[in-house]
Design a protein around this ligand. Sequence first.
Ligand SMILES: Nc1ncnc2c1ncn2[C@@H]1O[C@H](COP(=O)(O)OP(=O)(O)O)[C@@H](O)[C@H]1O
Ligand SMILES: [Mg+2]
Length: 512
Amino acid sequence: MMTDLIESQPEEVATLIRARYSIIYIVSWEEARITLTLNNITAESEKRLIIWSTTEGFKDLSGKAVDAAATDPFAALNYIVDYSRPAVFLLKDFHPFMKDPVIIRRLRDLKEPLDKLRKSCVIVSPVLYIPTELEKTITVIDWDLPDLDILNNVLQSIVEPMRENPKVDVNLTEEQQELVLKSALGLTLVEAENVFAKSLVKAKSFNPDIIIREKEQIIKKSGILEFYQRVEKLDSIGGLDNLKNWLTKRSKGFTEKSKDYGLPAPKGVMLIGIAGCGKSLTAKAIASLWKLPLLRLDVGRLFGGIVGESERNIRKAIKIAESVSPAILWIDEIEKGFSGIRSSGQTDAGTTSRVFGTFITWLQEKEDPVFVIATANDVSQLPPELLRKGRFDEIFFVDLPSDSERTDIFRIHFEKRGRDPKKFDINALTGLTTGFSGAEIEQVIIEAMFEAFFDDREVETTDIMNAIDETVTLSRLMKDEISDLRTWATSRARYASKTEQQTERKIDIEID
Ligand SMILES: Nc1ncnc2c1ncn2[C@@H]1O[C@H](COP(=O)(O)OP(=O)(O)O)[C@@H](O)[C@H]1O
Ligand SMILES: [Mg+2]
């Protein structure tokens, strides 16, 4: 089925092989696609392609045994050294053996014998694992996910045999076809094939909605990224007018029109501030405002158990985000994921700092329209490199809500729970909640509603006043931290709220 696929980027591999890079490591799930690419490359240069796996030894592309006995990795490397003609050896899942010191030494010694006879080894594995000793010996290639052309090949390979089948409708207008292909972006070739087939089974046609839903499942299963539905709207955020304004002005920032106008696509924004004041809420709201897919990256989950897996995870997350772009990549509480970076050398052999390095380089150099929104509660845990110029368009400080913002937040949350805000004395409630965060205001409303509901009556202002009385706010518990954060923010960040409101702001400093 895959024989006639057009490859989008075999050039890099071809160049490396021609330049006699002796060991190339391709990080990919797509053995089939890579095998075909290598076959094209070797056919052109009159080399032989020989494929090794520990279960079957050496075989050629047609599956014919070349040396079926060499299933042992050490024997395999010896066979490669002794092989007397130009060839490319594709080693499937070789990485587990690269933990063995004997194999490591043998791989290091491979360069000269391979060079002499124009032989190369290509390791293909979904996992990037390279022991330190081999870092200079091995060249790593990150395989791209299939682009629209390749996906179209997959689609056509399903359409062709189904054309005459009366049970399904595989006819697509040009527009529908584009929609179907775009909805599969971000998947590997095999996944796309499955998703197209599944849509045919379920809907008897290619249905973009089904494809997107399947894709979301697949991406979710990868465990690092999560698709968010567009649930929150900008008007469910109380206050934060500067930030909302900034975001609104950029809502057409990813259009062709904006590009033609001479504008760069927005890169990203960092929201730093006190917990519960609407940072995550804003991230969710941008997706509806800009009508773009929202992907949440869980930095904590990047750090998998196996060595090398974390690096693979971050690359994968970046690739998926790029392939569904224009998109928003949301990294919540980024400081938690990267907090170990300073001690990374001693504690995790540098993994955290390498993952962070990959991320930050991408942030700086990315060309695809992926808008990054990162949030952080604790600046002291934040690697300072993250805040350097060129990484985010803007850094916003999200403070505790001012009087007028709290009024807004009360109104929003009353409405959200089907209550008419006019029936409450919001002025009084605003006056009583200096130092409360948005989350705490929401909480007192819920608390009061539970009370009233239990007594079998409608909730009133006094219930909320009682709940306010019972609340010990975060701003009281963390007075010093908040004060430090504010000092930090004055010189380094822009205020998410309108500046004239700053003067109204004070922390509740009563001590009881
Ligand atoms: N400015 C706000 N306007 C309306 N609701 C808010 C606001 N800030 C916080 N909330 C409420 O508190 C919840 C938690 O806030 P969140 O955005 O997660 O805070 P954080 O800044 O810690 O990310 C929100 O889902 C929302 O219900
Ligand atoms: Mg949050």
